[in-house]
Design a binder for this molecule. Structure first.
Ligand code: 2HA
Ligand code: ZN
Length: 268
């Protein structure tokens, strides 16, 4: 049997949680993280510790294994005590149970946001079979921006693209913005997953952000880029704007870096 603590993905998951905490994205029990595992978990674990019911039908992911932060757990503690704060489970054949293979060691369970995570994985895998990560956190400037900027998806995206030269290259598919909704529910999960069909970033107004990607690094970097743009917006929004990146310049960037910006945002 291989030791889970030696697995590269395991170390990277814990490091990512520590970085998210360090950047102030995950106060207290804020935020949650899920990683679809490529490796065969039979090499690491030989039995199911217990099963945990799932509140919706995840049968599209039956047999797949995930590493997921626990409900009520603090990102601050993940790296030091992963076994209590994180779990690894397989989705059962019925799609309604999580077969716990490791973790949640004091009787805990996966994040309350599991619906949004698994539904987003299902949505992203249809667009990109290599998608592995769904990341939720509470970055300060992104949340602050949702209090003072119109919540229209295209206008929000356009503002973010203008806030830093790399934005249109990092998220050419833009950001989707959801209105305030009750968190932890299947409804917000479905709404998030629907938006994930067309974008890798979904902003939960007055709450936080969801990002998806192929790797932990890439997804972390995606949220980092949005958060930095939001910070620049807040630093400049009450000041007279003397300069900006024009739509023509945004198009130059897209052409040069060979990305296709979401239609309907830049002036033709
Ligand atoms: O549980 O961030 O959205 C922590 C959260 C819920
Ligand atoms: Zn949250």
């Amino acid at each position: 049997m291989k030791r889970i603590y030696d697995a590269g993905f395991f170390k990277e998951f814990c490091e990512t949680a520590a970085n998210m905490y360090r950047l102030g994205w995950d106060e207290r029990n804020g935020g949650n993280l899920s990683l679809l595992l490529d490796e065969n978990m039979d090499d690491y674990f030989s039995y199911v510790i217990r099963t945990i019911p799932i509140s919706f039908d995840a049968s599209e992911l039956a047999g797949k294994c995930f590493m997921v932060t626990g409900t009520g757990r603090y990102f601050k503690n993940v790296q030091e005590h992963p076994e209590e704060n994180v779990g690894i489970f397989r989705i059962g054949k019925d799609g309604k149970t999580a077969e716990l293979l490791w973790g949640y060691s004091d009787g805990g369970r996966f994040t309350s946001e599991l619906p949004a995570h698994l539904m987003s994985h299902i949505a992203r895998l249809k667009v990109d079979p290599l998608n592995r990560v769904v990341m939720h956190s509470h970055p300060t400037s992104t949340i602050a921006m949702t209090y003072v900027h119109e919540l229209d998806t295209n206008k929000f995206t356009h503002t973010l693209w203008q806030m830093s030269t790399e934005c249109i290259v990092v998220f050419p598919d833009g950001v989707e913005v959801l209105p305030w909704m009750l968190c932890g529910t299947n409804e917000i999960g479905r709404a998030t997953a629907e938006k994930m069909q067309s974008a890798r970033v979904v902003i939960w107004s007055m709450h936080g952000i969801y990002g998806a990607g192929r790797t932990l690094d890439e997804t972390f970097g995606l949220i980092e880029t949005v958060e930095k743009a939001a910070q620049i917006y807040l630093l400049t929004s009450r000041l007279p704007r003397v300069n900006t990146i024009t739509d023509g310049e945004l198009k130059q960037l897209a052409d040069y870096f060979k990305v296709t910006p979401k239609a309907g945002i830049l002036n033709p």
